[in-house]
Design a protein around this ligand. Structure first.
Ligand code: DNO
Length: 359
């Protein structure tokens, strides 16, 4: 396993590369060019600047996240071809600077979504990301965008680029006539164009699951279960067409057995990387993000890591969202302290599992 940490870039993150380097077992970062709008080319110069910073701190940069797919591609509009061409240029540019895995998603309109970015956990006084479908039911899509912006304390949030959400009402209207099958057809069209490019330059595309793992605001969503991913993998059969297995996103849907899903796709060599975190269910479609510890949530992190060890031991992992603890002020979900604790815990599980297996 290669342990990594999401880093938003120089001047854009409260966490420094020096701090990341000092977390035990860190091999590198999962990078992002936070300022890029979906559909834009990521230039060589921008990528080089980011990667050079990471290397200068003694860390690797082999995974990049949130190369966001333009809405026109997801909706299958005639303008999609120019955005797909841009996407292919970005893939080639990233590959030139040593990127091996690209994390993206195919969620219509909204990337991950929460009804609160800082809900108090009464048991210990920390704050975490929180979702309650009842609260969502009282909001319009525009409300949730405004609320999320307001609660983000001035930080940019991955997948919540202003440009993409600017024309929210028109976009939502257009989706009314797009079924899940239409979305799948548009996805297949996209994969048929990009995966050959990835194969040429040695890059794996890792599709992040819908978060939460069900449909919201009536939008079609096609990536939140084992059978959804079986269909995605079958759209273009190639080791370059893989999954970003996010335990918390898939785990938000109680029907998903996460260790079993890891084994299923790990054995097929279709896991590009993992986001590892825990989740605590509080009712129907109501949950909070807990600490990583198994006993604090509803996911069994030991079984998750054992499935990784058995089926995809060389993969990239990062501790996903952390709670806000010790009065830290940071981008929601992306502070230093709780994610560092998560990494230490995952490392501990890994050492124990490795040693048990060597006996
Ligand atoms: C949320 C992240 C996601 C993820 C994207 C990948 O915190 O895990 O924004 O990076 O969905 O495209």
């Amino acid at each position: 396993m290669k342990m990594t940490f999401r880093w938003y870039g120089e001047g854009r993150d409260t966490v420094s590369l020096k701090q990341i380097r000092q977390i035990p077992g860190m091999s590198g970062v999962m990078g992002v060019l936070d300022e890029k709008a979906a559909g834009e080319v990521w230039t060589e110069e921008e990528i080089k600047t980011y990667v050079d910073h990471v290397h200068a701190a003694g860390l690797e940069c082999e995974v990049i996240e949130s190369v966001n797919v333009h809405e026109d591609i997801k909706m299958g509009l005639p303008s999609r071809d120019k955005y797909i061409e841009n996407y292919c240029t970005t893939i080639r540019n990233l590959a030139k600077y040593g990127i091996k895995v690209i994390v993206y998603n195919f969620m219509p309109v909204f990337d991950w979504l929460r009804t609160d970015l800082a809900r108090l956990i009464p048991e210990d006084g920390s704050f975490s990301l929180y979702f309650d479908e009842k609260e969502l039911g009282e909001m319009t899509p525009l409300d949730i965008v405004r609320e999320t912006e307001k609660k983000s304390s001035g930080f940019s949030l991955p997948g919540w680029e202003k440009e993409r959400l600017a024309d929210l009402e028109t976009t939502l209207k257009r989706y009314e006539s797009i079924s899940k099958d239409d979305l799948r057809a548009n996805y297949k069209y996209f994969l048929e164009a990009i995966i050959p490019v990835c194969e040429q330059c040695g890059v794996v595309m890792a599709c992040h699951p819908d978060d939460p793992g069900w449909s919201i605001f009536g939008l079609p969503r096609i990536a939140h279960s084992q059978s959804d991913y079986d269909q995605i993998i079958a759209m273009y059969d190639s080791p370059s067409n893989a999954i970003c297995l996010c335990t918390g996103s898939l785990g938000s849907n109680r029907e998903n057995d996460i260790p079993a899903i890891i084994r299923h796709f790990g054995e097929k060599n279709r896991i590009g990387c993992l986001h590892v975190r825990n989740i605590k269910h509080l009712g129907h479609h109501k949950f909070r993000e807990s600490s990583h510890l198994s006993s604090d949530g509803d996911l069994d992190l030991f079984e998750i890591m054992r499935a990784v060890y058995d089926t995809c031991p060389d993969t990239y992992i990062r501790p996903d969202h952390g709670r806000m603890i010790w009065d830290e002020e940071a981008r929601p979900g992306y502070g230093l302290y709780d994610r560092a604790l998560g990494a230490a815990y995952i490392n501990g599980l890994w050492e124990a599992i490795s040693k048990m297996n060597k006996k």
